[in-house]
Ligand binder design. Structure first.
Ligand SMILES: [Cu+2]
Length: 477
């Protein structure tokens, strides 16, 4: 299926449902207004992009909502394409973020109402009408009713790239770059790489398997909070301050690994949800659509680059300057990071759980077209449909039989990780799981507890893969 067909089928699902209860009561003005419009955005001096935005800024304004509150958001579409927004990470009805969600027609306006839940770092972004390749995304923070909060400030970092190009045959990575994100255990074994990431890269040099790892898009510029490294204002900090970074990956196709020289990250939340075992690591990895909350104690005065451990990404702009009060000079980068980043390290030991059914989903490249991706050999909408009964618990097993990672996501619902490659785990609640390349396996427990039931998309958050067919329908029966 090409992207036009996929988008049309998504749009058709919306049109059919136009009579569903989607309006806020007429008496009440919206709490927030989002205007979808084309704008020019300066990523760095000399590089201005023309892109679709929410309200002219990239990223869009922060939406801060209170947990449990009723929210009405009015979306005004000033573009020539139908538009729809995903309230990523929130549990909402399928007429707000599912297959029954009506698009906002070109030139039209619609109001979406929902309850703000659960608390945590979420994001809102375009599903139809541009997707993650566009500038249509912004942070969505659901403030909890109460939070212990062992931190002084909170700083949001949104990662994104602009001006993509997609070579027909894919981009062969000429090497697995030093500082690349953690691979699956089987892939590590095949490549003869030890547990260490980053650093010299010699251990991964020399041709062979790594030459088969591909990227499917290239970008002219990378950014944090819409600005290339050095182009935005530095983040000013004080010695002793505990800063909670909420890192949101709004990339269309890339997992990123970030480090801050001389500092460590206490990782407290994955996808906005508290983890059972917070851990101190020297790097953070975040896949497409994922979020990581990490507390950094500012105890190494200076001027630093918080940036990608991959040189190319950093050189093209993936970084931001952290400047201590009173410190002067050029921002310093060095990559001392060594820690692997794997989900199960933050979890409790796995435990047996009774399930009402299971789904085995094999993810592969499809031979039918250069950019086609399949689940169990089929392309959306012919992929297997996952039928769940409300109140039931289901095991979803992803096996990645491809050379690329797949950040698998379910809209309108969350899940719990049960296994990462060979290691079982529990207590980690997420909405995206990056299934690592080359026989990576992820298993998740899906509790069918959306109070409204409905039909939702299960999809790869790599936008190139989603548009290439890597999506399916999860339906409450
Ligand atoms: Cu999303």
């Amino acid at each position: 299926m090409n992207r036009g067909e996929l988008l049309r089928s998504l749009a058709a699902a919306g049109t059919a449902a136009a009579s569903l209860p989607l309006k806020a009561s007429a008496a009440r003005p919206p709490d927030h207004v989002i205007t979808v419009e084309e704008a020019s955005w300066e990523v760095r001096p000399g590089l201005t992009v023309r892109t679709k935005t929410y309200g002219g800024a990239v990223p869009a304004k922060i939406l801060r909502l209170h947990e449990g509150s009723q929210v009405a958001v009015e979306v005004r579409n000033r573009t020539a394409l139908a538009q729809s927004i995903s309230w990523h990470g929130m549990v909402v009805p399928d007429w707000v973020d599912g297959l029954a969600t009506p698009d906002v027609p070109p030139g039209g306006t619609r109001t979406y109402s929902f309850t703000a839940t659960p608390a945590g770092t979420r994001l809102y972004h375009s599903v139809n009408g541009g997707g993650m390749f566009s500038g249509m995304f912004g942070p969505l923070i659901i403030e909890p009713k109460s939070e212990p909060g062992a931190y002084d400030r909170d700083i949001i970092l949104v990662l994104h790239e602009f001006q993509h190009s997609i070579p027909a045959q894919g981009v062969m990575a000429d090497d697995r770059l030093p500082g690349s994100p953690t691979l699956s255990a089987p892939a590590m074994a095949m490549m003869g790489a030890g547990g260490m990431m980053g650093g010299g890269g010699g251990m991964m040099g020399g041709g062979g398997m790594q030459n088969m790892l591909m990227h499917d898009a290239e970008y002219t510029v990378y950014s944090i909070n819409g600005k290339a490294l050095g182009a935005g204002d530095p983040i000013r900090v004080k010695r002793g301050e505990r800063v909670r970074f909420r890192i949101i990956n709004a990339s269309a196709t890339l997992t990123h690994r970030l480090a801050l020289p001389g500092h460590r990250f206490l990782i407290t939340h994955l996808d906005g949800n508290p983890v059972p075992r917070p851990r101190m690591l020297d790097a953070v990895e975040v896949g497409c659509g994922e979020r990581v909350d990490a507390i950094v104690t500012m105890d190494a005065p200076g001027v630093w680059v918080l940036g990608s451990t991959v040189r190319k990404a950093r050189t093209l702009g993936l970084g931001v300057v952290i400047a201590y009060d009173g410190a002067r000079g050029e921002a310093i980068w060095r990559d001392d990071s060594r820690d692997r980043f794997t989900y199960e390290a933050f979890g409790n030991p796995g435990k047996a759980e009774r399930v009402d059914g299971s789904f085995d989903l094999v993810l592969r490249k499809s031979p039918v077209a250069p950019d086609a991706w399949s689940i169990d050999g089929a392309l959306y909408p012919d992929t297997p449909r996952l039928e769940v009964r409300k109140g039931g618990t289901y095991l979803i097993r992803f096996s990645n039989m491809s050379m690329m990672e797949h950040p698998m996501h379910i809209l309108g619902n969350g899940f719990e990780l049960a296994r990462v490659d060979e290691i079982s785990t529990s207590g980690i609640h997420k909405d995206v799981v990056v299934v690592r390349p080359m026989m990576g396996r992820s298993e998740l427990l899906f509790r069918a507890d959306n109070p409204n039931g409905g039909r939702f998309l299960l999809m790869c958050h790599n936008w190139q893969h989603m548009e290439g067919g890597l999506a399916s329908v999860l339906a409450y029966t």
